[in-house]
Ligand binder design. Sequence first.
Ligand code: ADP
Length: 469
Amino acid sequence: MNVYHLSMECFPVAKVGGLADVVGALPKYQNKIEGMDAKVVMPWYNKPFVHDHDFETVFHGYIHQGPNMLRVHVMKERGSVLGFDLFLVQIPGLLDRDNPYGYHDESYQFLAFQHAVLHWLTAMKIRPDVLHCHDYHTGLIPFMIENCPEFGVLKGVKTIGTIHNGEYQGQMKWEMLEFFPWINGNTDLRVLDWSGYINPLATMIKCCDAFNAVSGGYMEELYHSFKGLEQLVRQEHQKASGIINGIDTEVWDPKTDDYLDYNFGAENAQHGKWINKKELCEEYGLNPDLPLFGFIGRFAGEKGADLLPDIVWQSIQQTYGALNIIILGSGERHTEEKLSELSWHYSNFALDLGYKEYLSHKIYASADFLIMPSRVEPCGLNQMYAMRYGTVPIVRYTGGLRDTVQDISSGGAGINFGEATAADAVHAVKRALHIYHEKDLMERLVKTNMEFDFSWDKSAGNYVNLYSK
Ligand code: ADP
């Protein structure tokens, strides 16, 4: 089966968050399944990966976007070093930028990418079996195939839409219609509409053959809370499913991870984690004899990051400083500022503002606990990386966190809390402290967490079953 994953991110080419991890791993695991040929198509960004690898041009052409004619090149990475064929779509001046997101003309970027991909696929001799669209950035593909005469030969190609994050839907004004590929005159344009705007995520749900959310728990939540799309998702429920993300256990392996100061497995986790913790604590001026709590992620409302300053402050106050906290992330200014202030005041709180892949690995390996006070968590990968590295997850009971972390009181090896409030999170931190001081229990939790199987093997197969259906 010939499957193209269409995405704005893919690890290690360009990563902003979990989407990159998924698209960088899922096709690799799918290609281990007999008969599968999964590839990735994404924009060409000005990133080290594209300069460090060898590419050949496999297509060039032009597309019209409104009054503009855009030059398109498709480049294929020569060595298949990622375990799948990687195609990069280059549109000079529009896609060849430093980052996937954050530009004022994002909507044009995403539209042009989708148009260019279909233009290229239309010219190919072999038709894909499935186009797998990831998030709203590629959510107009099913509509375009169906309603733009230019892509007529692709009619009948099956489309799957995966919702990695329903908070972002890509709404745009109707004036943007001018920049779409030419649409058949008979098309009922209401299919693009949701609440008076063109809504690419809503359009994806309406037009694709099947869609899924990245966990069963999140799929259930979407029926009741989906930023206005609840009714739509109920209407289209026969096409819906939940497939939990996996993790790339080759990239995320404490036994071989080059970023760690000391590699370890479940059998020597106590010693291995201690060495890593000592190094990290030394670097950040923390006391390694205290339990270490970590947080890694975007400072955004969904992640409950605005609660972090209160969580840090109250945890330190209420435990009389009997713990260390380290936070890696960036985002909302207000949160960054408040956390910076706290880090100047408290010697047992370290803050690193920025995006640092190597440091995330070190924290997963060194921390005793990882805290996730998320308001919304479609799947969440951090808790799975933490567990693989012997770190006990403390998570708010929501979305994918519900599906992956069970509280020790109900037979699991993590800690759950109910509300996205600082009070609930701090209560969970205090529970964690008690556990930390019960040495045998803590050792058992570390080991149990490391032995969970979160690899992609099962979920990659679930996607293939969905394609087959
Ligand atoms: P998101 O909603 O941000 O995509 P996920 O849990 O699905 O959340 O994935 C987050 C991914 O991004 C993980 O691989 C995590 O380690 C990584 N990450 C998040 N913030 C940072 C950061 N500041 N530095 C390094 N890695 C980060």
